[in-house]
Design a protein around this ligand. Structure first.
Ligand SMILES: Nc1ncnc2c1ncn2[C@@H]1O[C@H](COP(=O)(O)OP(=O)(O)OP(=O)(O)O)[C@@H](O)[C@H]1O
Length: 312
């Protein structure tokens, strides 16, 4: 186990920011912490890295008990925080050299690591730029590079794509996949379910400081009590066709208004072919068809009664 959080309780006066929160991350995993704003993701990261005192529980990283002065463990961790943490008065190269220098004293190795980090985030054309001259997306990439330049084994990223343009976002997400492919262990917090679906091997969904559910995204989506929803755009559906669709045993709800039909299926394997068979037999002219499977948000909604992105 690379990271083990056991029953962490963190209170801010009356507010319980983490409520007996536990999490285990294995070597080489990309592990997601998904939750709406204020659910406790940043608090969990800060407690984990001993940047914040907590009231109860324990944290072990690389098998060692984590505490603020455990530098042997700390030097093997790279942290990319939500807020940009670079020096305005230093250029891209100088920033990276500074952060690398906190861990690597050999000048030649440091130069190599800095060059590799610049290439990794695609900032080759901006080496001499000061942070203020970089766009928001490029600045985020520099922030990421500063966190990983010393080649840590465990990389913790706290919402690294907030307010980032799509090009930089994709670059960051693909970069994280590459790091995992190199054997790094990654912890990634976000309130974007699409990101955890794309990136994460396993995830925990958090709400109000509590673990709601943990698993792979497919396992979590399986927990939804709903099945697929098929939306059809059609020229016309006769009464007889509508009756036949409703008669498919796994159809739980059927809504039709001229031009559009929405077919809800019960939970379980896909029954799309059954619907297509009926439509084919009835020679229905399908203009458009889309299938929506349950999402992580649906599961979150079912458990907590609210949307993952309520506050965004
Ligand atoms: N220093 C603090 N003092 C008091 N309350 C705090 C403090 N820091 C965080 N909180 C509260 O603790 C809860 C968890 O906050 P946290 O920042 O960990 O959530 P988050 O999931 O990371 O949200 P975000 O995505 O907005 O950063 C929130 O209710 C927040 O208002």
């Amino acid at each position: 186990m690379i990271v083990q959080l056991d029953n962490i309780v963190k209170r801010y006066n009356d507010l319980v920011a983490l409520d007996h929160f536990s999490m285990n991350v294995q070597e080489g995993e990309i592990y997601g912490l998904l939750g709406p704003n204020g659910s406790g993701k940043t608090t969990a990261i800060n407690c984990m890295l001993a940047l914040l005192r907590y009231d109860e529980g324990s944290v072990h990283i690389f098998g060692e008990k984590m505490h603020p002065t455990n530098y042997n463990v700390k030097k093997r961790i790279g942290l990319v925080m939500q807020n940009i943490g670079v020096y305005d008065e230093l250029s891209v190269v100088e920033n990276l050299d500074y952060f690398c220098g906190l861990y690597i004293s050999d000048k030649q190795t440091r130069k190599q690591y800095v060059d590799e980090a610049i290439e990794f985030v695609g900032l080759e054309d901006f080496r001499k730029f000061r942070p203020k001259k970089l766009s928001g997306g490029l600045l985020r990439r520099l922030n990421l590079a500063c966190g990983i330049v010393h080649k840590p084994d465990l990389i913790v990223l706290d919402e690294p794509t907030v307010a980032v343009d799509p090009q930089s976002r994709n670059r960051i997400l693909d970069g994280i996949k590459d790091l995992a492919a190199q054997g790094k262990t990654i912890i990634y917090t976000t309130h974007y379910m699409e990101e955890v679906e794309y990136l994460c091997d396993r995830l925990t969904i958090l709400d109000r400081g509590k673990e709601i559910v943990t698993g792979t995204s497919s396992q979590i989506k399986e927990m939804s009590s709903h099945g697929e929803v098929v939306t059809l755009e059609v020229a016309h559906l006769t009464e007889a066709t509508q009756v036949k669709i409703k008669a498919i045993p796994q159809v739980s709800q059927f809504i039709y208004e001229p031009g559009n039909a929405v077919v809800h299926f019960e939970k379980g394997q896909s029954h799309l072919t059954k619907l297509l068979t009926v439509l084919d037999e009835e020679a229905v002219n399908i203009i458009n068809l889309s299938v929506q499977k349950p999402t992580l948000n649906d599961v979150f909604l079912e458990i907590t009664g609210k949307e993952l992105r309520d506050n965004v």
